[in-house]
Design a binder for this molecule. Structure first.
Ligand SMILES: [Zn+2]
Length: 476
């Protein structure tokens, strides 16, 4: 049997840190990267006698995530203690939601090669993050800054079928959550991470195979690779007659393999009990409706609108909408410009190369990019000059139209002038001329390059090439 005789069954549990200023049950800040143990208090360190009080913003953001993912938001839900012992969890229980989560029964629309598919989302619940263990020189240190940072856990139905599909699901989910302002989605900082459940079964079989769980994946690539490795590993076990065991594994990015962490004989029993220190979470219909009104335009809808309004290619529109800031920047520039497609081209093929960092921040203002696209679209300057101007704008701000005038950077479209330069080039490069006349078309590019050099890169490219070709034909 081969890979194609098996079907993989995959579900994701995604943890997203919510974008609140303060923690879920206390007023400690949630800023990433502070000195260890400088953002904690008796409540988030779980000291006896401290009383939690729920940050209302957490409920609002979690409900927004639910609405964005077509869930039913419960008007009443509750918090529970999930009990387990681990050094990063000072209370020895995590306040989470068990039986009655905030959101249920939603879905996410996934675009696949075969068309659109709905991936079910069984629940979204709120919970607190644990502290962070750091292993250094044989010692383990604990940072409680992350303890009590608000999280939502988004649990999908086992509707995904490959590593690629799971990574696409995570990409789409991240884009939706970021565009609502629910999370910053910074995977490298752990704001978004996921656990993956994988099993395989012969194609056509309805019952599920034994599944394994891969913990804490924090990049799209790792999700895809870990799942594909795990599928192959499970198929190999089945074919050898050994069978898959229920276990928790982790992904080793260096070897590209999943590694055993622990065996589980049955589902863990966390002995959930209702949290006695917190009242039920209530949301009125009016409050839920008000949150629905706050939802932004989602990436797919926005991409479709950019295609419609600005005539962009669909692929470009999708790229622009993957990042809210990038999409906003494009629209700010395109609004004040007669050539939105050129804005998109300059942005995606030139400017993005000069932007580093996970979040898009442009070194050039939207107005300046719009001005460049206008100069190029109306034919005042050619693309080579625009690229040079864009590079200069990355270094410091100026008015491009003014500089084009002052430095005489305008495109040369005067036929007589171009003809004179072309004749000079022909006279100075007899070898390339002969090559061209002997059928070497590449020689034309070199002649054209010399013409560009002689005009300081300002010749109108199509017109000058036409003139060059005519002259080369004439003077045999
Ligand atoms: Zn605190």
């Amino acid at each position: 049997m081969s890979r194609s005789d098996f079907e993989a069954v995959i579900g994701l549990e995604v943890h997203a840190e919510l974008r609140t200023k303060t923690k879920i049950f206390c007023s400690c800040p949630t800023d990433f990267g502070a000195e260890p143990n400088t953002q904690c208090c008796p409540i988030c360190m779980g000291l006896p006698g401290s009383m939690p009080s729920l940050n209302r913003r957490v409920v609002e953001l979690a409900a927004m995530a639910g609405l964005a993912l077509h869930c039913t938001v419960s008007p009443i839900s509750r918090t529970d203690r999930k009990q387990y012992f681990y050094p990063d969890l000072p209370k020895a229980y995590q306040i989470s939601q068990g039986e009655v989560p905030l959101c249920r029964n939603g879905y996410l629309v996934l675009k696949t090669a075969e068309g659109e598919r709905r991936i079910g989302i069984s629940r979204i619940h709120i919970e607190e993050d644990a502290g962070k263990l750091m292993h250094e020189n044989g010692k383990t240190l604990i940072d409680y800054n992350r303890s009590g940072v608000p999280l939502i856990e988004i649990v999908s139905e086992p509707h995904l079928r490959s590593g690629r599909e799971a990574a696409d699901y995570l990409r789409t989910l991240r884009a939706i959550l970021v565009s609502c302002g629910v999370t910053d989605g910074k995977m490298q900082e752990g704001s978004l991470r996921c656990d993956v459940n994988v099993s395989v079964r012969p194609v056509g079989m309805k019952t599920f195979g034994v599944r394994t769980e891969i913990k804490n994946l924090n990049s799209f690539t790792f999700v895809e690779k870990a799942i594909e490795y795990e599928i192959a590993r499970q198929i190999a076990l089945i074919e050898r007659g050994e069978g898959v065991r229920m276990e928790t594994r982790r992904y080793d990015a260096v070897s590209g393999e999943t590694v055993l962490m622990r065996r589980k004989e049955q589902a863990e029993d966390y002995r959930f009990i209702v949290e006695p220190d917190l009242p039920p979470i209530l949301l009125t219909e009016t409050e839920i409706e008000a949150l629905r009104q706050c939802l932004p335009e989602f990436p797919d809808a926005r991409a479709a609108r950019l295609v419609r309004e600005y005539g962009l290619a669909e692929k470009d529109a999708r790229t622009l909408c993957q990042d809210v800031a990038l999409g906003n920047y494009f629209e700010a520039a395109a609004k004040s410009c007669a050539y939105p497609r050129l804005v998109s081209n300059l942005l995606l093929s030139e400017l993005l190369r000069h932007c580093d960092g996970a979040e898009f921040v442009s070194p050039v203002s939207a107005d300046r990019l719009a001005a460049l696209a206008d100069l190029m679209g109306e034919g005042t300057v050619n693309s080579a000059t625009v690229k040079k101007l864009l590079l200069r704008l990355c270094e410091g701000d100026f008015d491009p139209r003014l500089v084009v005038e002052q430095e005489d950077l305008g495109q040369i479209r005067d036929k007589a002038k171009l003809r004179t330069v072309a004749l000079e080039v022909i006279a100075e490069n007899p070898r390339a001329v002969a090559d061209y006349r002997n059928g070497k078309n590449a020689a034309l590019r070199s002649l054209q390059g010399r013409l560009m050099a002689k005009t300081g890169g300002r010749a109108e490219p199509i017109l000058s090439e036409k003139i060059m070709k005519e002259l080369l034909k004439e003077e045999v």
